[in-house]
Design a protein around this ligand. Structure first.
Ligand code: GDP
Length: 217
């Protein structure tokens, strides 16, 4: 059996507005986190090869829910051996116009979810063009302190020229202060980084498979 996830097999499962509503799951959950407008919906759609599974928002920050997608398996036909994950779209943070009450609900929902110990990997999105925001840094610190495995995806890579990329890359080392992080440069316009992202997820959630044993380290 292959250890690869069937990325073509995807379906929307549910949205939840409160942590207490989220049922127990037996499959690994991979969560996608980032500020509003960072390109999270676009990244999820591109990774799953879908046009509009995750909604690319015209109004940033409007939906504050956690959205679950079945990837690599189907709720209707869930053979235990089918490799697969839940892709979990977390609400985008940092949108100034979000009402205070919604921000509080967002904070509670996200924090409780991430602290629950059920997340196998977080893909933390940061806009490649700009320094990480204060909220981005807070989120990275939180992930590190909580011991939650994570990778960083730098979004909108197509918007930078090579020289600008080199500059941002060099600055980022100091801005995020961690040197042992997997960083994936990503563009939902060109598809750059899709395979690398899928591989990082497969590696993180399916660590003990036959294929890994066969592959030279
Ligand atoms: P979200 O709020 O984080 O889900 O961000 P969206 O996916 O809705 O994207 C916000 C805006 O950035 C939209 O106008 C997208 O078309 C645009 N965008 C997202 N990813 C990319 C990318 O990789 N390249 C370019 N050029 N634009 C992008």
């Amino acid at each position: 059996m292959s250890n690869k996830i069937n990325w073509g097999k995807v379906e929307f499962c549910s949205s939840y507005g409160m942590f207490s509503q989220i049922p127990e799951h037996t499959r690994t959950e991979v969560a996608f986190s980032g500020r509003s407008n960072v390109g999270k919906s676009s990244l999820i759609n591109k990774m799953l090869n879908r046009k509009s599974l995750a909604r690319v928002s015209s109004k940033p920050g409007k939906t504050i829910t956690v959205n679950f997608f079945a990837v690599g398996w189907s709720k209707k036909d869930s053979t235990p051996s089918a490799r697969g994950i839940y892709a979990v779209d977390l609400p985008g943070y940092g949108y100034a116009k979000t009402p205070k009450s919604e921000k509080e609900r967002f904070g509670e929902l996200t924090e409780m979810y991430l602290k629950s110990g059920r997340v196998g990997l977080v893909v933390q999105l940061i806009d490649f063009r700009h320094p990480p925001t204060v909220d981005d840094i807070t989120m990275l610190g939180f992930l590190k302190a909580s011991g939650i495995p994570f990778v960083v995806a730098l979004t909108k890579a197509d918007k930078l020229r090579k020289k600008q990329r080199d500059e941002r890359r060099a600055l980022l080392v100091n801005e995020i202060e961690y040197d042992d992080i997997t960083i994936i440069e990503f563009s939902s316009e060109t598809g750059e980084g899709v395979l690398e992202l899928r591989k990082a997820i497969e590696k993180a959630v399916l660590p003990n498979t036959e294929l890994n044993l066969e592959e030279p380290v």
